[in-house]
Design a protein around this ligand. Structure first.
Ligand code: ZN
Length: 405
């Protein structure tokens, strides 16, 4: 077999098994590969061309909706405005359901099918739910989604379209005890009924989260064999940053890139358990509540938080938190100045870039990449607010040639 399991917290190792926690200490499971090579199989669809780095026994049976291979676009105007010579955006909104979560869902549903599970159960504020529901629908699987008490209505609408059972959980997203109980009960439900738990965190779905690494592999290809110097990643639960870092480390070990990037964890000021831990130089502990409105990153008890701290230390990176107002400003800037229509949870990376530039943290000469994690259509409320001041005047067709310029 080309992969096995190890513990991120103790010395336990073992062959692949249907486990999500270390049997010895309860720590987070890591997938390790027998070979360091990152081989590309161009015949496979979507991100399965990276099957050599994915924990699947027979990737040829995996289903794809054409995920991955998203564009890396160079900034033309915001980079100039911020005096950054080399700024790039990874457009994860180009994935089939509009966010990077498709990379996790594609691998997670393939794993579910290999294990012979009969349904999936998940928690999600929206994007992961849509991704899992879409891949579940493609595979003809039943699904159960437990969502936040105040999840964005537009995100839920997209999920409902794919047909799973959707239930809102009281106080989920605002109370760390409810978060923990929700996860524990979904795990129990899945164990009792032979279902697969698909929560997009390495702490719960270590196999599925391997799909995230493909973002890093693609960027190394798109930058012609060099890594970015600095990567800005939105952080809620922390799995995206941690798994992206793992992808760069694997690419480096395979000789794809000569250097590694510094990773920057970006959080919202009203919900930043990881920034608080980083600044106090201590492990991540839950915060009592969330006052940020940036959907997708509202986690008071980040399951992969300590893996984020580890990635920041190993990469020489840092943490930055920004107010929601700066995130909405960045969202409007990306649309009006770059032609990039992204959701607030993606735009937060540009707000952080602006804050770091103002704080003198960057020289301006770095190759910088921002993970723009989801499309602007995801958050209809933020979209309405962004254009609330804009008016649409009415005129007669005869008047068109006289329009003011
Ligand atoms: Zn362990």
């Amino acid at each position: 077999m080309h992969f096995s399991l190890a513990c991120t917290a103790c010395a336990w190792t073992g062959p692949d098994a249907d486990i999500a926690q270390c049997p010895s200490c309860g720590g987070i499971i890591d997938v390790v590969y027998a070979s360091a090579a990152v081989d590309v199989d161009a015949a496979q669809p979507g991100l399965f061309r990276w099957a050599s780095r994915l924990p699947l026994h027979d990737p040829s049976t995996a289903l794809s909706l054409g995920e991955g291979n998203t564009p890396l676009v160079r900034s033309h105007r915001l980079g100039d405005e911020l005096r950054l010579s080399s700024l790039f955006f990874k457009l994860e909104g180009s994935n089939p359901t509009g966010s990077y979560k498709d990379r996790i869902a594609a691998v997670g549903v393939a794993r579910l099918r290999e294990l012979g599970k009969t349904a999936w159960a998940a928690t999600s504020s929206g994007n992961a739910g849509a991704a899992i529901a879409a891949y579940g629908a493609q595979a003809g699987l039943d699904g159960y989604l437990f969502t936040l008490e105040k999840a964005s209505r537009a995100k839920i609408a997209q999920i409902l379209a794919y047909g799973p059972h959707v239930t809102a959980v009281e106080r989920l997203g605002y109370d760390p005890d409810v978060e923990k109980l929700t996860w524990a009960n979904i795990r129990r439900l899945c164990a009792e009924r032979n279902w697969q738990m698909l929560v997009t965190a390495r702490a719960f779905s270590p196999h599925a989260m391997e799909g995230v690494k493909t973002i890093a592999f693609e960027v190394c290809e798109q930058m012609n064999g060099v890594a970015p110097d600095v990567v800005y990643v939105p952080v809620g639960g922390g799995g995206l940053l941690s798994a992206s870092w793992k992808g760069f480390v694997e690419a480096h070990a395979a000789g794809m890139i000569p250097t590694l990037p510094r990773m920057v964890a970006v959080q919202a000021c009203g919900c930043d358990a990881i920034t608080q831990a980083w600044q106090a130089d201590r492990p991540v502990s839950p915060i009592p509540g969330c006052t940020s409105a940036i959907s997708g990153i509202q986690l008071t008890a980040p399951p992969d938080g300590d893996l984020v701290l580890q990635a920041l230390r190993e990469s020489g990176g840092w943490c930055v938190s920004v107010p929601d107002a700066e995130t909405y400003r960045a969202q409007a800037d990306l649309a009006a100045k770059e032609g990039l229509f992204v959701e607030p949870a993606a735009a937060i990376t540009v707000a952080a870039l602006r804050a770091d530039r103002a704080a003198g943290r960057l020289s301006g000469e770095e190759r910088i990449a921002c993970w723009l994690t989801g499309t602007g259509f995801k958050d209809a409320t933020a979209l309405q607010n962004m254009v609330a001041e804009k008016t649409v005047a009415m005129m007669r067709a005869e008047e068109i040639v006289m329009i003011d310029d």
